[in-house]
Design a protein around this ligand. Structure first.
Ligand code: FES
Length: 581
């Protein structure tokens, strides 16, 4: 049904705090006046929360976020709104332990209550590093308050010895080169310094760039937002334009539930395939859909992604970086190509108030080596593959554009690591009974198991295999993988080992068959043996007994449904509730 803007003027929720002259109103309004706000700002104009994930310990959401917030404020003032900047929980992928993923849901919980409990009529979601994007979008969706995403933008290209250096992607490559004896420690340090040339998020099509692209393809950010580098002046322009736009969205009452429809999610899934996006997007989109009550499943991922070629030639699947993607035309070019190929729901609404097709139909590709012609796609079927079988009854995922084609059909002997510590203890052992035909299996790294589902699924290969010049093997786990990583890696195996899934009972020497064409992941033992092993299975122990880690482990759901906390799913709206003053 077409969106119908609400009538304006009308009373907004912020007037529950600031409207009238009761004792409660004066309590709220009087205290805010200590910031030096004139009385006429409380006249019923939209109050916009700028939810800023800036943190000096979230380098991806670094100092440039402060400057962007000022531009957003300028846009809000210009449009007749009243901006208030609010710092919110910031979980950086490269800092938080044991895994930033464990805190995505905590961030979403705290930010949801930050919105609902305070006088905001609309929200600007200032995001960047991987988890900040889904956590703020989940929070906004659960409150269903008009919201617009502004990302901090990617870093500039890294260069080392004249070659592009991609965040993360080259970290994995260089560390394997050190293990294989092809790179010295001094060279490694020099390369590290070359990797991060400016503020911003990872410059590859890692999870941060993927999630920025998901926000744009869902219609939750202004067109073109995803690819603009953090330090480019046009990043500041789009921040200001987003500030202007959120005020109009509040007047129109244009909410996440109007934008984040099933069609919008299907657009995002196809976009993920076209850009060679991160497997982490699977979990985050499933969780976001759960917040707006959209029935999105792993089957939707497999179905929608199948016929979509990967046309964005960016690391880790390809060779360029986000800076070049921006110069080539960015995501609007990709969305236009999807639309021309009948792979886009063109009528899907965006934060601009226009349809996604209206936003992208005039986009132009300025570099066909970065955004490839369809017949030169990196892979013709670029969507995330969902495999199932007795080893993954609820599914597991694999990113074909980052995998070795010859390994997509493979039967091999399992070499099992009980958890990440077991892997670290054994992988460099020259006596480890492993060769390149084996399948590496790691357990207890899922949402409950790690806890928090760390990005350890792309296990580094054993040195004795690397020294043969071999760079890929089939790896299977219940973990996630960094969006900057690559390889024939089966991830998110569900149910996870710590929840008693079949992965928990794989033994050294078992044979496993991966058959991507037939979407199959099979442990080659009889049903009776599998049942007997599962009957004897015992959890590893060492579960957290208190604090947030306990809450997370008690309530986190499986990766196959988005790993949200069970009591946070759904939209709870933005009713003010009682005022105790
Ligand atoms: Fe933060 Fe990549 S680690 S964006």
């Amino acid at each position: 049904m077409a969106f119908k803007p609400a009538k304006w003027p009308r009373k907004l929720r912020s007037q529950e705090w600031y409207g009238g002259n009761s004792r409660d109103t004066i309590y709220h309004r009087g205290w805010l006046k200590n910031q030096g706000y004139p009385h006429d700002l409380f006249d019923g104009r939209p109050i916009i929360g700028i939810l800023n994930t800036f943190s000096e310990l979230s380098p991806c959401n670094g100092v440039h976020m402060k400057e962007l917030a000022e531009k957003i404020k300028a846009g809000i003032w210009e449009a007749g709104g009243f901006p208030v900047e609010v710092p919110v929980f910031s979980a950086s992928e490269n800092t938080f332990r044991p895994s930033a993923m464990m805190f995505r849901n905590l961030a979403a919980l705290s930010i949801e209550e930050t919105i609902r409990g305070q006088p905001m009529d609309g929200a600007v979601l200032m995001v960047g590093c991987d988890k900040t994007t889904p956590s703020l979008m989940m929070a906004a969706a659960s409150c269903d308050i008009p919201s617009i995403v502004v990302t901090g933008g990617p870093m500039l290209n890294g260069y080392y010895k004249g070659e592009r250096v991609g965040s993360g992607t080259h970290l994995w490559k260089f560390s394997e080169a050190v293990k294989a004896g092809e790179m010295t420690q001094d060279e490694f340090l020099e390369a590290e310094a070359s990797m991060s040339r400016s503020t911003g998020t990872c410059n590859t099509m890692g999870t941060a760039s993927t999630m920025a692209s998901m926000a744009e393809s869902l219609g939750m950010a202004l067109s073109g937002n995803a690819a603009i580098p953090a330090v480019d002046s046009r990043r500041r322009v789009i921040a200001q334009m987003s500030g202007r736009r959120i005020v109009e969205m509040v007047k129109d009452d244009l909410k996440p539930s109007d934008i984040m429809t099933k069609e919008a999610f299907e657009n995002a899934i196809r976009t993920n395939a076209a850009i060679g996006g991160s497997t982490n997007a699977v979990i985050h989109l499933l969780a976001m859909a759960g917040r707006v009550g959209i029935d999105l499943t792993l089957e939707d991922w497999d179905r929608c992604g199948r016929e979509v070629p990967t046309i964005v030639n960016l690391m880790p699947s390809g060779k360029y970086l986000m800076e070049e993607f921006f110069y080539a035309g960015g995501l609007p070019v990709v969305l236009k190509r999807l639309g021309e190929g009948g792979l886009l729901h063109k009528d899907a609404l965006t934060v601009s108030g226009a349809s996604i097709w209206d936003e992208v139909k005039d986009a132009q590709n300025h570099n066909e080596d970065v955004i490839l012609p369809t017949d030169q796609a990196l892979t013709q079927s670029g969507g995330i593959v969902v495999v199932k079988g007795n080893l993954a009854p609820k599914g597991a995922v694999l990113k074909p554009s980052a995998a070795t084609p010859e390994l997509l059909q493979h039967r091999g002997r399992a070499v099992v690591f009980e958890d990440i510590d077991d892997y670290k203890a054994k992988i460099n052992d020259p006596d480890l009974d492993i060769d390149e035909t084996c399948i590496m299996v790691m357990k207890n790294c899922g949402p409950k198991g790690y806890p928090g589902m760390a990005e350890v699924g792309n296990m580094g290969l054993p040195p004795k295999v690397l020294q043969k010049g071999i760079t890929d093997m089939v790896r299977i786990s219940d973990a996630r993988m960094s969006g900057t990583a690559y390889g024939t890696v089966v991830l998110h195996t569900s149910p996870e080992a710590a929840a008693g899934g079949p992965l928990a009972v794989v033994q050294n020497g078992d044979f496993i068959e991966l058959d991507v064409a037939n979407r199959r992941l099979h442990l080659d033992i009889s049903d009776e043996d599998l049942a007997a092993r599962l009957a004897e299975w015992q959890p590893l122990g060492g579960a957290p007994e208190s604090g947030y880690a306990w809450l997370h482990q008690q309530h986190v759901e499986g990766a196959d449904t988005g790993a949200d906390l069970d009591f946070l799913k759904g939209c709870r709206g933005n009713d003010v509730g009682k005022d105790s003053h």
